[in-house]
Design a protein around this ligand. Structure first.
Ligand code: DAH
Length: 341
């Protein structure tokens, strides 16, 4: 029995040393120390021994068990350390390798133009508002004095969501005038930039989605002179001091009187060229004095208050500002094009 125990000890210790993984050790533990293991099998023969031999063998068997348990413990620690070592090696980062170059985008020329416009108006005490692109026809038309039957409400021009023509993609930023009047206290000085949608085919000057900047001023004693003075200042800041403008009569349902503002062609100085199509002038925006009916519908006393408003196309402003010929370039987002501005 003594030899048996010595053999088990030697064999077990050797096999523990050879184990390559924690799972192997578990198998060995069962094989040598388990209930049906080799050591237990030897202990079961203790009954056959004499009374003198029994305690001696018992002691020896316990020593072997303790030695095996210790060895198992050591080996398991050794394997864990080796596994950790391996993982650390695999996950090593070489911080000296040059990084991958990140290619940065570029601010879009239209947003450069918008930032300039915002800066100019903020400098004059205006607030910048944001509003919904999915709009109620009541705001896009009715409260702007464009009643049922007005040509701009036609299905061929407007993206409606419902058969009753009540919900739509806004076709202009002008509904923000009404929203401003309903939510702000007087006096009001706001601009509202944003996307608008119309059923237009894409070409060099049209897109079914484009951007406008709306402006609205309401206070006591506001006149057309304020409109002209403010917009002239804006044009001079955008296009350079001394830029000449002119105001032509026009019609919009929500302003009375209404006008369009042109600026003298920066290329030919008014003589007429390809940029201004021989006109000498370039159309910039629509504007006018807020129609008293629009004020009244928003609950503002038109006997006490008056106001002026304007709406400009942002893409067209950017095209002029950066002398870009084709509107489609604005939407293509080709970085090689955008980087030039
Ligand atoms: N909403 C007009 C359009 O889309 C532009 C416009 C004209 C806005 C005159 C105004 C305004 O605020 O007073 O054509």
């Amino acid at each position: 029995m003594k030899e048996q125990l010595a053999k088990i000890r030697a064999e077990a210790l050797a096999s523990f040393q050879e184990a390559k993984a924690a799972a192997d050790l578990d198998t060995l533990r069962v094989r040598y120390l388990g209930k049906k293991g080799e050591l237990t099998a030897v202990l079961k023969q203790m009954g056959k021994l004499s009374a003198e031999e029994r305690p001696v063998m018992g002691q020896l068997a316990n020593d072997v068990r303790a030695a095996l348990e210790n060895a198992l413990e050591d080996c398991s620690r050794r394997l864990e350390a080796a596994a950790l070592e391996l993982r650390l090696k695999a996950e090593t980062l070489d911080v000296t390798i040059p990084g991958k170059a990140v290619s940065l985008g570029h601010q879009h020329p239209m947003y450069i133009a918008l930032d300039e416009i915002k800066d100019i108006f903020i400098g004059m005490g205006f607030e910048v508002l944001d509003g919904p692109e999915v709009e109620l026809a009541v705001y896009n038309f009715d409260k702007l004095n464009a009643e049922e039957g007005h040509p701009s409400r036609d299905w061929s021009d407007t993206f409606y969501f419902d058969n009753e023509s009540r919900v739509m993609l806004r076709s202009q930023t002008s509904p923000m005038q009404v929203r401003a009047m309903e939510t702000r206290s007087l006096p009001i000085r706001v601009i509202a930039p944003g996307r608008v949608y119309r059923k237009d085919e894409v070409d060099a000057t049209h897109s079914p989605m484009f951007h406008q900047v709306e402006g609205l001023v309401i206070d006591k004693g506001v006149t057309m002179a304020d409109l002209k003075g403010t917009l002239n200042t804006v044009v001079e800041q955008l296009y350079g001091k001394g830029t000449k403008t002119r105001f032509r009569p026009h019609h919009f349902p929500f302003t009375e009187p209404s006008c369009e503002m042109d600026m003298q062609c920066h290329k030919c100085g008014g003589a007429g060229c390809s940029t201004c199509k021989g006109e000498g002038w370039i159309e910039l925006l629509g504007a006018g004095m807020v129609h008293p009916r629009v004020l009244e519908m928003a609950g503002i006393d038109s006997e006490v208050y008056s106001g002026w408003a304007f709406g400009l196309g942002l893409e067209r402003t950017a095209l002029k500002r950066f002398k870009i010929a084709d509107l489609r370039l604005i939407f293509e987002n080709d970085v090689r094009f955008l980087e030039q501005f």
